[in-house]
Design a protein around this ligand. Structure first.
Ligand SMILES: NC(=O)c1ccc[n+]([C@@H]2O[C@H](COP(=O)([O-])OP(=O)(O)OC[C@H]3O[C@@H](n4cnc5c(N)ncnc54)[C@H](O)[C@@H]3O)[C@@H](O)[C@H]2O)c1
Length: 263
């Protein structure tokens, strides 16, 4: 699918494009024919990925509204337009809800939710000026299956799913807006799990498809959403989690035990 050149003529911006899912998305969009600009808070990573695909890199913290507007404007000007935006920059913290300081809460919500809003707000006039396009946001399985210790991240990602649906309503039929919600994916965010055989085995056991996903597998879904193959898809939240969010742990465990006893 990635060799198809179905994104020829597209001009895309990927936030958080210097690492992990964002970097895989930059490569995937470029492979399919798009010009891609890489935005990231860490400029070295962004430059390295941009160089690989012959694109440009901008240093920006998406929690900063003015800087985000300026970087997206500059990226669109450098590419000669804007057709696709992937609002992927994000990160989380882990601690009990009552121990989050105001500053930590604002930091996590500021990047994951405000950052997505800033990215959309900057991109929409440019997408409209060019006759339309796509926005893909990146939330998380946590948006619908909350993880302990990640209150601001879970809440921000749930809000990103709603923001996506709201924008899809407001800008249809000119701009399609969809969300991708990864489950556990091997990136810098998950090295604590992927570098430990015990934690990796637990993750594999908890995933119906039996393994941790790759950044490429999420990037492929993002590229699909930007492509003509997704022309009738908008406002959706595609969960890319190897089925990890499916089990109803309580009932499924009991039903399996009952089946074992009576089979
Ligand atoms: N890896 C997973 O298991 C997983 C699961 C669910 C959701 N996600 C989401 O996927 C997205 C990408 O994460 P990843 O796993 O590739 O992580 P990653 O750490 O490998 O990459 C994230 C990139 O975003 C950049 N970034 C972080 N904050 C930023 C900011 N304020 N402004 C600009 N850039 C910023 C980082 O510098 C980094 O290059 C995030 O939104 C994350 O919440 C990841």
């Amino acid at each position: 699918m990635s060799g198809e050149h179905d994104l020829q003529g597209h001009c895309a911006v990927v936030t958080g494009g210097g690492s992990g899912i964002g970097a895989a998305t930059v490569r995937c969009l470029a492979q399919r024919g798009a010009a891609v600009a890489v935005l990231d808070r860490v400029i070295d990573g962004a430059r390295a990925v941009a160089e690989e695909v012959g694109g440009h890199a901008w240093e920006v913290n998406v929690a900063d509204p003015e800087a985000t507007t300026a970087a997206i404007g500059a990226a669109a000007a450098a590419m000669g337009g804007l057709t696709d935006v992937v609002a992927n920059a994000g990160f989380g913290l882990n601690k009990p809800l009552h121990r989050y300081s105001d500053k930590e809460w604002r930091l996590v919500v500021g990047v994951n939710l405000d950052g997505t809003f800033h990215t959309m707000r900057a991109a929409i006039p440019l997408l409209l000026a060019g006759g339309g396009g796509n926005i893909v946001t990146v939330a998380s399985l946590n948006a619908t299956r909350p993880l302990s210790g990640e209150a601001p991240y879970n809440a921000a990602k749930a809000a990103v799913v709603n923001l996506t649906a709201t924008a899809a309503l407001e800008y249809a039929p000119t701009i399609r807006v969809n969300c991708v919600s990864p489950g556990m994916i091997a990136t810098n965010l998950t090295t604590i799990i992927t570098t430990d055989p015990h934690f990796t085995a637990l993750a594999e056991q908890g995933t119906p498809l039996g393994r941790i996903g790759s950044a490429q597998e999420v990037a492929d879904v993002i590229a699909f959403l930007c492509s003509p193959a997704a022309a009738y898809l908008t406002g959706q939240n595609l969960i890319v989690d190897g089925g990890a969010g499916l089990p109803n742990l309580q009932a499924d465990t009991i039903v399996r035990a009952v089946q074992e006893r009576y089979s």
